[in-house]
Design a binder for this molecule. Structure first.
Ligand SMILES: [Zn+2]
Length: 178
């Protein structure tokens, strides 16, 4: 019995060491890239939003965040960076939209805003207020159109380390600023 317990304990230590090694060595360059920035849900702490993706969305990997009473809700920076674009396209496309440039060639884009709460050149931290949800541009109802872009290509969205479902609906509760 005593011998068996010792063996089990030793095995536990080995498994722990192996796990540490696995964490320290990235599986691939792609994994490193995806984990380079911890993008957060761009809404106030505790709010629940539906993240909708669909094949006919333009661009295809964009996410539309929907909820009741969406109009006028705060839109927060997904990660720290610099606001590099604040533009109003009127009744077309994105309408009022804003772009934040992060590190390693990543940007995030927030569209159909009803109001801007940041200006071009602003440095922002994760969770900073940057705008208000609206329905400007080619939008038929209040929602936030959101993109994560790497090197100019819109990527499938990852928030809080969790990949959004493609294609379909994912319920997300924001922990940003909690
Ligand atoms: Zn959209």
């Amino acid at each position: 019995m005593g011998r068996s317990t010792t063996g089990k304990s030793f095995g536990g230590v080995l498994a722990g060491a192996a796990a540490l090694v696995a964490l320290a060595v990235p599986a691939s360059a792609e994994d490193v890239d995806a984990q380079a920035i911890n993008f957060r849900t761009p809404f106030d702490c505790g709010q629940v939003w539906n993240a909708n993706t669909r094949a006919d969305h333009n661009p295809q990997n964009a996410v539309d965040f929907q909820k009741s009473n969406a109009q006028g809700q705060n839109v927060l920076a997904s990660a720290s960076g610099e606001v590099t674009k604040v533009e109003d396209l009127g009744d077309d496309s994105y309408g009022k939209y804003l772009v934040i440039e992060h590190t390693d060639g990543w940007t995030t884009l927030y569209a159909h805003l009803s109001a801007f709460e940041a200006s071009e050149g602003d440095s922002v931290s994760t969770g900073d207020l940057i705008g208000k949800v609206g329905s400007t541009g080619g939008s038929t109802g209040p929602h936030l159109h959101y993109e994560q872009i790497d090197g100019g290509t819109v990527q499938r969205v990852v928030l809080n380390g969790v990949k959004i479902k493609y294609y379909g609906d994912t319920e997300i509760k924001s922990s940003t600023g909690c």
